[in-house]
Ligand binder design. Sequence first.
Ligand SMILES: [Zn+2]
Length: 487
Amino acid sequence: MAESATLFFMPFLEKQALLAFGRWIEYSWRNNLQLLASASCNYPGRYPLMHRVQWLSLFLFVLAQALLAGCAVNPVTGKSELAFYSMSEQEEVSLGKKAFPEAIQRMQGEYDDQHLKEYVSAVGMRLAKISQRPNLDYTFKVVNDSSPNAFAMPGGNIAITRGLLVALENEAQLAAVLGHELGHVTARHSVQNLQRGMLLNVGLQVLSVSSSGTSYSGVARQAGQIAGSILDSSYSREQEREADRLGIDYMVKGHYSPKGAVELQEFLAKKGGEGDSQWLQGLFRTHPFSKERMLDNQYYIDTRYSWAMNNEEYASGAGDFQRAMEPLRKTKEAYGDYDKAREKEQAKDLAGAIALYEQAVYKAAEQGLLQSALGMAHLKNNNQAEAKKYLTKAVQLDGDYYESHFGLGYLYLKENNPVLAKEHLQKSMKLMPTLNSAFFLAESYEKTGEIAKAQTLYGQVAAADPGGNLGRPAASRARALGDGGRR
Ligand SMILES: [Zn+2]
């Protein structure tokens, strides 16, 4: 694998020039698509009306495509792919490293159980080491989201949700999920999708600038944009088929029974038939499922791996799996209450939500996310004393979830304790920059006398939210501080 980008005149281009080129490609792509659409929709007699400059632009665009096509190589198939810019492995890894932590925060943080973390990671690593890209720095995480799902970020960052884990029965099924995600990584599907989705330019900007962690500049928000875009996007049918097949290959190579993949797909077919909304918004949205996909997998296994189906050496690992899932079984009921509470909260029934969150906390008091959700609901309900009690507990239990720090920082600010407010809001911003935490961090800076920092951050909030509920006051504070701090 080439160390640097393989754009063929890359050695002569500086990064900045490359970014400008990326912007031009993006611009031309949009314009020329419109141009092509309008040309093909109009009758031939109107063609001469197209300006010469437009034709030249179209010509350059097609030329650039022709020159650059074939520069990106798929590590799995070894085939060339159409790409405007082939992201190097180093860049892919670095982009994943920046986007993955934010993706985890968006999925309610990690599920906090050391043994479970190690177990899931060990299953993933067993497959990763025998894949086509064994040398990537892989990470396998369990995120505390109730929606059944799994996702892969560029560079080998893979996560499965609590909601999907509790639905599985044995280790081979888990291997089928992780192997499939691994297939998306080894075949660089999310990189392909970024390239197609015009986000490549954003990705390159994320790589070219390092952010301080307490900034809300455009660049600071872009890692989140990439994370959000990958979490929201769905793979194509072809990508799903490729990931399924790769996943099955890895399972068998790793001595798992391919039965795990069959069972998993049959289970998904059943869930699809039930039309369960959590599944529709979760796994089925990001990894589109169909009966055709299931039959295709069964055919693949029948023709290649039927010998491994009932072979004792190819295990399902049911016992180990059940032992590792013990902590999830214990908290399952509490998280059931939590899910119902979230629905109530979304329906603006705060009292109903609080009652259910309390019930959840009573059943599993050691779960930071439950304490955090209860604290935030009290905060929305203007009960600051109760909010502080639960948010403090949440931070003690799990100091790596942005929302607990945000809520606590906000409360300290209201109590006129800007020093502690700053500490928590900085931590929240570092975990995941949000408009709210940026605004209140700016206010904390103002109150601790760090005027320059306050002014910069207010300015960034104003730029990100022009005319908005936080953007307007931020703009006026930035101006006032610029006038020497007069209110
Ligand atoms: Zn998939």
